[in-house]
Design a protein around this ligand. Structure first.
Ligand code: DON
Length: 562
């Protein structure tokens, strides 16, 4: 009996091992010494750490961080906004689009004044600037598909932070005070934000109530019932009425899309497809830089000639962006053509090494036609790269009364009028015109780099139109210039976006090298101070051990979780 029993036992064990072998093999291939999180604040990082320690995977940790930041990082973390999640799970790439959608009553000319010009007071502030939020549906769908912990476990840290309060960092007070004046006349922002004091506990009982409904009822706790009623009631308050209806909320869906996947050097990049322009733009920039290698040879990082060559690449990318990119459910975006190596090699040959190509001459090239990011890695080698946003800092400045969360002003990412710049100074045309149910074009670029099927880097940032140029710079700093991650993230960032013409945006670091300013002026550029740009949250894997490097520009926090 005993022997038989043992034999049976080991046979059973053997069978189970055999059955599990493919999954096991996959799991072991990516196994790391630790998981890691790079979050825009400490509370978000701790939420991820707790999920990873409980045996959750990268998606559980991302859901926990996403909800925690909706409590502690209200300028961009959100329930009332939307975003994108790039996932690498069990050796396969995925992309979840939970971008806001235009309400059914939205119209192409809804932000034009009597003279036919865009009125940014309407597209950036107040109820009318809000798209139908996607975050809760997105985090719910991600958890449904991949979560290992329970939904309630993933929401627990956020509920505790909202109920018990968190100590307000000085940086949040600075953000609040900077944003407040633009909301003063037309929204209820001041009343909500006034009780925050540096270092004091800030409790948000109404928000805790909404989070509890979401924990109990899933996404329906947001898109139906009392929370939906509160959002709809908010649309009728204040001087600017909004468009979001119960039907808009009930009809909101997130979409699993094919990520943009491309090769660069010995890396595979998994990155954002439309309705983001970011993944396409990032691949175009990396390819053009590689194609123009002879021009870049010997150029020091951030020398005048290096920045000129980058600007030449960027202006071509932005010309394509303005013409071809929009919501793929509404317009046909020629993704394959835009990231085709031949196409980018041809565009790279157009680079003028001596001086800026004339802005008007840089046309779309095909023959035919306060956001925040977190990066998470679990010890099984799965990764989540997630960027989500309210668009501007604190979004529309509208707090849903009784629910305690802010609504986005994402409608400004549409092209209100062909050729008219949005908040980030970028232009667009028909492909990004407003239509009911459509998603506005984004630049968000949550990206995962793989080397031999294993995660090498998880990276992303806020920054509007500067997002993909920032992600590009960090990748190139790390892999072309071999800087350690910390230095690759900290290095000064520059930006050019076709319009305004011949303008290079620089950060105000000091002392600003006089030779750089002079070198750029000689080449015909105007230098403009853009303030500090971006808040990169990056994890790099060296061997089997992750390294995190918070961006010194903000209050980011990284943790390695053994
Ligand atoms: O989707 C986009 O591209 C913008 N709404 C992102 C806004 C942003 O990054 C603001 N933060 N600086």
């Amino acid at each position: 009996m005993t022997i038989a029993g043992r034999t049976l036992g080991s046979l059973l064990l053997f069978t189970v091992l055999l059955a599990a072998a493919p999954a096991l093999a996959k799991t072991l291939v990516g196994a790391l010494t630790a998981g890691a999180v790079a979050s825009p604040d400490r509370f978000g990082a701790l939420a991820a750490r707790d999920a990873l320690r409980k045996g959750g995977n990268a998606v559980d940790a991302a859901v926990a961080t996403g909800f925690a930041l909706a409590v502690t990082y209200p300028e961009a973390g959100n329930l009332g906004g939307g975003g994108f999640m790039t996932v690498y799970m069990d050796g396969k790439p995925y992309f979840l689009d939970y971008r806001e959608r235009a309400p059914a009553a939205a119209r192409a000319d809804m932000y034009l004044n009597a003279a036919g010009d865009p009125d940014t007071a309407l597209s950036l502030v107040g109820n009318l600037s809000a798209g139908v939020p996607g975050t809760v549906r997105g985090l719910y769908d991600a958890h449904q598909r991949f979560g290992k912990l329970s939904w309630k476990q993933d929401l627990a840290p956020a509920i505790a932070l909202a109920k018990r309060g968190f100590r307000v960092p000085a940086a949040l007070i600075a953000e609040r005070d900077e944003a407040a004046p633009q909301f003063a006349k037309t929204t209820n922002f001041a009343a909500w934000a006034a009780p925050m004091r540096t270092g004091q506990l800030f409790r948000q009982p109404e928000l805790a109530g909404v989070l509890q409904r979401i924990a109990d009822q899933g996404a329906d706790g947001f898109y139906k019932g009392p929370t939906a009623d509160l959002v709809v009631a908010q649309m009728a308050r204040g001087p600017i009425k909004g468009l979001i209806t119960r039907a808009d909320l009930a009809a909101y869906t997130a979409v699993w899309r094919e990520p943009v996947v491309g090769q660069w050097r010995d890396f595979s990049l998994i990155t954002a497809p439309p309705p983001s322009s970011g993944g396409i733009a990032l691949l175009q920039m990396l390819q053009m830089k590689a194609d123009a290698a002879p021009l870049f040879r010997g150029q020091m990082l951030n020398s005048p000639q290096y920045l000129h060559l980058l600007a030449e690449i960027e202006k071509r990318v932005f010309a394509d962006r303005a013409s071809y990119l929009g919501d793929p459910d509404f317009v046909k975006v020629p993704v394959a053509a835009l990231i085709a190596p031949d196409y980018n090699a041809r565009r790279a040959r157009e680079i003028d090494p001596a001086r800026p190509s004339a802005t008007a001459g840089v046309v779309p090239g095909l023959e035919k036609p306060q956001t925040t990011h977190f990066s998470i890695l679990d010890r099984w080698g799965n990764a989540v790269s997630n960027t989500y946003t309210l668009n501007g800092s604190f979004g529309a400045g509208v707090v849903v009364e009784g629910a305690g969360f802010l609504l986005n002003d994402e409608m400004d990412d549409f092209s209100a009028k062909p050729g008219a710049p949005n908040m980030f100074g970028v232009v667009g045309g028909a492909a990004n015109a407003i239509a009911p149910g459509k998603r506005p074009l984004s630049s968000m670029t949550p990206t995962i780099l793989l080397r031999n099927g294993r995660v090498a880097m998880v990276v992303g940032t806020p920054g509007g139109s500067r997002i993909f140029t920032s992600v590009f710079q960090v990748i190139v700093n790390a892999y072309d210039f071999h800087l350690p991650l910390k230095a690759a993230v900290a290095a000064p960032r520059y930006h050019h976006q076709l319009l305004p013409a011949d303008t290079i945006f620089a950060e105000p670091y000091s002392p600003f090298p006089a030779s750089l300013a002079a070198g750029l002026r000689t080449r015909g550029y105007k230098l403009v101070n853009q303030g500090y740009n971006g808040d990169i949250a990056a994890i790099e894997v060296a061997g089997r051990t992750p390294v995190v490097a918070p961006d010194p520009r903000a209050r980011g926090f990284g943790l390695v979780v053994p």
